[in-house]
Design a binder for this molecule. Structure first.
Ligand code: ADP
Length: 169
């Protein structure tokens, strides 16, 4: 049984087995959550990302997939990097956003993580409307069979918190 919890806050401050990074496909860092994780987690994370690029993801981590690294100096054991889809009204594919959550939980299961903290993937630079992103996130986590005991959504502002709270009910 997986419990869904909500907190308003900064994902880099979470104590959890794994925290999820809303990365971009380069795995070399960026703004938003990605920048914050690398800043606070230190260079060990980027070092592992570079190795993963060299060994597996020379063309980038595909949208909707996930891969884990160390969490460096963060209070977590692992960072699970996933690449959300960019929102474009004509082509926005909800199944790719759902796939991020499912893929992260699969990686979490492989690692043996029991608590996983997620940001609202794709809702920043990638432009996905918050209400729709919350609906997809909650629906997909509830539909995924996993040994993860707590999925914690870490929302950065009131609007995001409210959107997720309404979906969790
Ligand atoms: P994406 O490129 O997938 O859209 P972003 O990192 O730009 O990812 O934004 C994803 C969401 O995370 C946005 O709602 C943004 O407000 C939020 N966010 C930004 N920084 C943090 C943080 N340190 N902790 C939690 N959420 C954050």
């Amino acid at each position: 049984m997986t419990t869904l919890t909500l907190v308003r806050g900064d994902i880099t401050r979470q104590r959890a087995d794994a925290i999820v990074n809303a990365a971009n496909s380069s795995l070399l860092g960026g703004g938003g959550v990605d920048g914050a994780i690398h800043r606070r987690g230190g260079p060990a994370i980027l070092q592992e990302c570079r190795k993963l690029r060299a060994s597996h993801y020379g063309r980038g981590l595909p949208t909707g997939q996930a891969v884990a690294t160390t969490a460096g100096a963060l209070e977590a054991r692992w960072v699970i990097h996933t690449v959300g889809p960019v929102y474009r009204v004509a082509t926005a594919d909800p199944s790719l956003l759902a796939s991020c959550y499912r893929a992260c939980l699969r990686v979490a299961d492989e690692l043996g993580a029991r608590t996983v903290a997620f940001p609202a993937i794709s809702t920043g630079a990638y432009g996905w409307p918050m209400d729709d992103a919350a609906r997809i996130a909650v629906q997909e986590v509830r539909a995924t069979v996993t040994a993860v005991e707590e999925v914690r959504f870490v929302l950065f502002d009131d609007a995001a918190y409210t959107a997720f709270a309404e979906r969790i009910g």
